[in-house]
Design a protein around this ligand. Sequence first.
Ligand code: HSE
Length: 298
Amino acid sequence: EELKIFAPATVANLSCGFDVLGCCLDSVGDEMLIKKNDLNEVRITKITGQDLPLETNLNVAGVAVKALLKKLDSNQGFDIEISKRIKPGSGIGSSAASSAGAVFAVNKLLEEPYKVKELIPFAMQGELLASGNAHADNVAPALLGGFSLVRSYCPLEVLSLPVPPDLRVVVLHPMIEIKTKDSRSIIKQNVSLKSAINQWGNLGALVSALYTEDYELLGRSLQDEIVEPVRSILIPYFQELDKLVAENGALGFGISGSGPSVYALCKGDENAQKVKNAIEVFYSDKNIDFDLHLSSIN
Ligand code: HSE
């Protein structure tokens, strides 16, 4: 018994929703092949595309699956093969794709003892290994699709939000690696009341905009005065890109997850293509390798 799955990339935070908001990209992701084995062991048998640990306890997919099997008190063994297309340290949920994909497939092969939403805590164990923090804003949308909002971590409560149909995402990945662990360590631990007011105003407006399909409001709400000012310093040409995508009609712009990837939300394919082209031209003479993706949210 085996299952081949697509494990999607995700954009976490979306500026105003640090650690609580994320969305799922439908055209960027890894492939995984999961098979039952008779060895009572979870094995990472093959990883192509990236140099990542094969040792089960050091691999996010291995750790997430073991957490699930432990809860079920099952000693069923699994072999996991991962074909990585998402680069680790890129800021589009590489570890989350592997953790979420693995628990999703294993749950299917076990004939679904859990609902998909109930898999989030197991996938979060992979995030804990990867970044030192069990955040859910990548694994939740990777499992559930669309937009996910973490209303509460303790107890865990995750909501799915609607996706306005014309929404597109352009993601630029400048090829410098920023480890989530490192980019979390530089964030200030205290927030002023003034900043908190602005942030929750924007997050509430963003949720409203998704429900009402108000693209302009969505764009205005993509602001972050708490984390972005600190993290953006690590991202080459962040301010210039912000200005460039605005000039080309993007709705909004910010850091994808913990960076270095940045995202622009756009209305419609035509505008997204225009924004993507403008970024491509701008970055081409900067002596930094990069990847560019245009995706829907699904
Ligand atoms: N919310 C997390 C962070 C996402 O920004 O650190 C990491 O991808």
